[in-house]
Ligand binder design. Sequence first.
Ligand SMILES: Nc1ncnc2c1ncn2[C@@H]1O[C@H](COP(=O)(O)OP(=O)(O)OP(=O)(O)O)[C@@H](O)[C@H]1O
Ligand SMILES: [Mg+2]
Length: 280
Amino acid sequence: MMNASSKISIERVSKYFGRGSDQVRALANIELNVKENEFVTLVGASGCGKSTLLRILSGLETIDDGAICVDGQAIDGPGVDRAMVFQHYSLYPWLTVRQNIQFSRRLKTNRRDLTSSAVEVASGRADALLRLMGLTHVADAYPNQLSGGMQQRTAIARALQGKPSILLMDEPFGALDAQTREVMHDLILHVHALEKTTIVFVTHDVEEAIYLGHRVVLMAPRPGRIDTIYDVPLPAVRNPEMKLAPEFTALKREILARIRETSGMKTDLATLEQLTRSAV
Ligand SMILES: Nc1ncnc2c1ncn2[C@@H]1O[C@H](COP(=O)(O)OP(=O)(O)OP(=O)(O)O)[C@@H](O)[C@H]1O
Ligand SMILES: [Mg+2]
């Protein structure tokens, strides 16, 4: 249902890939409203359409049915109001950290109509983001000289450079080790509070989804759909201790059980068992 107070409103969105008997219903009748400055996390079995939904929100992918509005306006392709961060940092290896962050600005800088004060504002923001992300000391280094966590911080800084009101993140910390990931969690929560960004964040990690999200949206596959939406019963300001709280572990158990139930893995396992049995 159209909701005027929503930052993002997704109404009965469907998406198909392929044709005829090969056709995949990647998304079927997705309904979701995301409020301004909300942090929503998406979880669900592999293939349930999480990345597809995020790509649609970014404007990289079209929809076959339904509607998507941002600030009450139907989206029509990518826009500077929405920035995406992927699991693989997708930095330009031939540019330094600072140049990567300023890259889209640099394109605009080439336009003759851009004033020098606008360029100054952009480089001031890049400096602020370098500080925020703890990257000042590596500003002139190249991506291959950085750790995975630093590369991902650069990618987030680049996404934030254009002051997007919506940040779309597809398993952004999936390639990082557990300790670095914890640091990134508190960093992204800090960014979220500071920049008042609305965030839609895809992850395989249920603990990450609960720790970061105001709501956890559980999707299910074949067809890709929303199964359950969980409100996270934690105080607004998070700290890692909360992961040990009974309401945290109870919700984690509940979501994990539901993912298993909806994943179709049981049928896969049954098939595997049959195969193994027939092999002996
Ligand atoms: N470009 C494409 N062409 C054809 N089919 C696609 C395409 N992109 C996605 N699909 C199909 O759509 C479905 C949803 O894929 P999607 O990548 O969105 O899932 P996901 O939830 O992100 O999975 P994962 O957790 O493994 O990343 C899958 O069945 C996938 O095979
Ligand atoms: Mg995906």
